[in-house]
Design a protein around this ligand. Sequence first.
Ligand code: ASP
Length: 317
Amino acid sequence: MGGYVPTVAVHGGAGSLAYFTNEEHRRRYLQGLVDAVKAGLEALRRGNALDAVMDAVTVMEYDGSYDAGRGSVLNIHGDVEQDAGVMFGGDMSVGAVAAVKHVVNTIKLARLVMERTDHVLIVGKGAEELAKMFNLWVPNTELINENKINRYKSLIRNLGDRYPRNRELVKELGLLGTVGAVALDRDGNLAAATSTGGTILKWPGRVGDSPIPGAGYWAENGVVAVSATGIGEYIIRSMASINVAFLIKSGLSVQEAVNEVVSRITKRFGRGNVGLLAIDARGNVASAFNTEAMGRAWSREGMDKVIVAHLPTDKFP
Ligand code: ASP
């Protein structure tokens, strides 16, 4: 084993620039991506690809600038309910949680499902119970602040009859901010992780793609690790992440594979709904999206900087 160059890539969600409250928010969002890549690379010095995606996602969950962890958006009841999933391509192990309240480090809870239970996906109350057992439970004051409540109140006031069919509203409000990471370690292991507060004003108990393996993420040694973002209902219906793996197995490069899956989704469901980040077995990084923007960053051992990109025209990788 050995001989691969440790590499990490992260994203901060695909969507429209309307997500950003001001220029400072956008600046912090992009800086957080750089910090997440650095945390991932640092983890790769002592651990494996799984440790790297965990540490990278954890940085973004704590940051507050993203729709994950502390920054998670509110659902129709004004609550935070998060989804997260992680997969290690070395043994295809998976852990995920969905519709979970009272957690900041949701990806850590997903990893606990993987390593400390015999299950793959635990939702709602059961996930919360696990959070209490492993000291990850936090009060709502860690997740909900005055800004979120004010925004929620004004959105609810103007919602009219647009709910529960609010997909267009979600796009208008600037869907963006789900976080994800993919990594390759020096032994050739691949890992992927995705964490999100989901779509704004979602129905309580709604589960998106982010905790569903094959949809919101996939990692398979020798093939690819993928993290998806966008409107979860379309991503689940397209099984976006595992389809990237299938296409690579049929001979496409990682860039061709993510382009193809995004183009299939665009043909079927229109634009403004998906973004994919992937790394192949040799450490080639690729992204594709049909939204206005997708924050993404990457670096590898030996490279002296982190490459960060936001708009479609920004150079990446
Ligand atoms: N995919 C996430 C969901 O549908 C949201 C996002 O990526 O912005 O829950």
